[in-house]
Ligand binder design. Sequence first.
Ligand SMILES: Nc1ncnc2c1ncn2[C@@H]1O[C@H](COP(=O)(O)OP(=O)(O)OP(=O)(O)O)[C@@H](O)[C@H]1O
Ligand SMILES: [Mg+2]
Length: 357
Amino acid sequence: MTTSMVKLENVGKKFKDFVAAEDINLVVKSGEFLTLLGPSGCGKTTTLRMIAGFEQPTEGEVWIDGQLVNGVEPYKRDVNTVFQSYALFPHLNIFDNIAFGLRMKKVKKDEVKERVVNILKLVQLEEFINRKPNELSGGQRQRVAIARALVNNPKVLLLDEPLGALDLRLRKQMQVELKHLQKKLGITFIYVTHDQEEALTMSDRIIVMNEGLIEQIGSPTEIYERPRTRFIADFIGETNIFEGTVTRKDTKYIYVDCAGDEIKALRVDGDDLDGKVYIAVRPEKMDLNTKITENLSLLKCTFKEKIYTGSITKLVLMLQTGQEVIVNQTERNRVIVEEGGLLQMSWHPEDSVLLTS
Ligand SMILES: Nc1ncnc2c1ncn2[C@@H]1O[C@H](COP(=O)(O)OP(=O)(O)OP(=O)(O)O)[C@@H](O)[C@H]1O
Ligand SMILES: [Mg+2]
């Protein structure tokens, strides 16, 4: 058994002079749920299509289950793809839609029936077996599309924004269902989305792409808690980014002057940063004080406004440089803000994330 189910080595794709993907190196483990995440146009679909075989790389090697598959036709690869547009056959009922691929492969009639019924049970659509696609809701249609791919027992399922057409509530429900299904079947999933919350919810690991390049690979926690670059810190969740100048370093921390105040951040592996650097801090990690506490990073600020968003209220604060900073409201800092005047925002140095670019 190989533990690496899909491997891309130095893969690149050019459309004429335009570089859609460059120097992509990744290993997807067997049974893993891996997500390609990034803004529109960053090369997610292109990368997925090279794994599926719909697109040939202009550079590098694609491996599936220990086999080099460059030049191998899509239908000869042990992968199935689920697209955003479900592409179901409108004139066929659900049973026949799902059975289609198996019949093409000349699977015996009894086996077709058994496999289709089993997969319909799995996606909880048995009762709709005789309906046509236009007699189903969007979420149900999407489940048919997923069932149609799964019925072939692929080693790898590729999913390109499969929940994109669904409303928020249904999307959240399907995220959980899909994740359970993947765990239960143990199939390797490579999932594409531009929705960071979706990626954080579902994935074992996330690959963040930007302009055709991989910016970071990590677990959802690593990506959220320890973004490596300004692009990622900004793209994933809400964050405050402080610019400053390195003043000194010790074995554990780097000290950064930020408009006369000092910020302390944990050092990162191999950081040789000097001069101007950027530090990211999440709004939920920050607090407000009226007096100085030891061993915290502190920045002077004034209160500007409150933004009510339902589950949380955000406080907009202004640094002396004019930069706005968001801190989540808590019971404690609510009182402090009402007092007004000059405040200090504070946080633990462990929550300062040093960005490498
Ligand atoms: N066949 C093609 N010919 C020329 N350029 C292409 C082709 N396919 C994709 N591109 C370009 O490559 C870049 C990456 O496209 P891709 O579809 O991979 O983006 P994406 O990350 O999937 O974006 P989205 O989130 O909008 O789906 C885009 O700038 C796109 O215009
Ligand atoms: Mg795409």
